[in-house]
Design a binder for this molecule. Structure first.
Ligand code: SF4
Ligand code: SF4
Length: 356
């Protein structure tokens, strides 16, 4: 459980109202990198940051997120009632008035289904926000001005937010460069070809079967799974496979969704690694294995094929509707049926492996 101290001691960020708090990140904790700073922001400040990208301007929050895209944001507002513990006060209110500021923040949180005080990785917060909130009309400005203090923000009808949203997350957090990913592909495939032991996050062994059933064969730029299967099938049936946590370098290094510094997966809405960690654990439990377990490749695939005839149990995400940190396309499609490519790939690979 994390314990947040009171406002006293919160540190301002270059005088623009964002506040920092020391929070441990799991990735950093695993790697012994100590604490990272959580930025305290108001919900409206997230919208304003998108507005600024549409207007072609930078800003303090955009700069902070650009420097550390997966840093935690603590999203606070003056909610009162039983949520008063996280109320930040009115110091960061914009000039339109306290009630307008309260309503605007609550409108945003309600649309997002976020509780006041929620902490999210910045990338996830922005991606979810831009997915759900398509316009600031009705949030930052109103069709009818009903009285003093309800005029809304002068930029609400400017189209800046909508233009910023149209630019996408890449305008806030630049993607990995093609050059870097290609270099990583070459380096990791070379390492894979020479390796006696390969580390891999467990459930993507199933993704490898889906890919195989779908006809994917090397060279495959986005990940090294087809290359791994080719090595196992043609040269090294007993290659040692070690179950690893996170977006491990050997398989995931060329992937657009990998954050090398954190060994993290940020696919889907920036939180793909969360759902994937659960898939890894669901799969390990079914196989009776653990992170750190090592098995020969062919024996491991035989065990997977025996215990996991369909992807449905591992991959489906019932009740996770986008935008949610648990939603992804595989989770949604597996609710009704397992991936047909897995079933096809499983049959084909069982045949190929039993002929060896
Ligand atoms: S259905 Fe499951 S195993 Fe197949 S690609 Fe999707 S996440 Fe991977
Ligand atoms: S980084 Fe994520 S999306 Fe990319 S290969 Fe690894 S687990 Fe899959």
């Amino acid at each position: 459980m994390h314990f947040f101290p009171g406002m006293a001691g919160a540190k301002g960020v270059r005088g623009q109202g964002l506040r920092e708090r020391q929070m441990p990140s799991q990735a950093d904790a695993r790697k012994g990198r100590g604490n990272v700073h959580a930025l305290q922001v108001r919900p409206y400040q997230l919208l304003c940051a998108v507005c600024r990208t549409g207007e072609g301007r930078g800003g303090e929050l955009l700069e902070a997120v650009g420097e550390a895209p997966d840093r935690p944001l603590r999203i606070v507002c003056n909610a009162g009632d039983v949520y008063a513990y996280q109320d930040p006060g009115t110091g960061e209110d914009t000039p339109e008035g306290a009630d307008y500021n309260r309503k605007r923040d609550l409108d945003i949180l309600q649309r997002m289904s976020w509780p006041p005080g929620i902490v999210l990785p910045a990338r996830t917060a922005f991606m979810m926000l831009m997915e759900r909130i398509v316009t600031v009309e009705g949030i930052c400005g109103y069709e009818t001005v009903t009285g003093e203090g309800w005029q809304g923000c002068a930029k609400a009808g400017s189209g800046y937010y909508e233009a910023g949203r149209a630019k996408g997350i890449g305008a806030i957090i630049p993607p990995r460069s093609e050059e870097e990913m290609q270099e990583e592909k070459v380096r990791s495939v070379r390492a894979l070809e020479e390796a006696e032991e390969v580390s891999i996050r467990p459930h993507i062994l199933m993704c490898a079967v889906c890919q195989y059933g779908g006809g994917v064969r090397p060279p495959y730029p986005p990940d090294n799974l087809p290359e791994l299967l080719q090595i196992i099938l043609n040269r090294k049936p007993d290659l040692r496979i070690r179950m690893a946590r996170g977006a491990d370098w050997m398989m995931c290094s060329p992937c657009l969704a990998r954050v090398p510094k954190l060994n993290a997966c940020v696919n889907v809405l920036g939180s793909g690694g969360l759902s994937n960690e659960k898939r890894d654990l669901d799969m390990l439990q079914k196989l009776g294995l653990h992170f750190g377990s090592v098995m020969g490749a062919t024996d491991l695939f035989r065990l997977i094929f025996e215990k996991i005839p369909t992807t449905a149990d591992i991959c489906k995400r019932e009740g996770s509707v986008s935008p949610s940190c648990w939603w992804d396309g595989c989770g949604e499609s597996n609710v009704t049926a397992g991936n047909a490519n897995y079933e096809k790939g499983r049959r084909e690979l069982m045949e190929v492996m039993s002929a060896k």
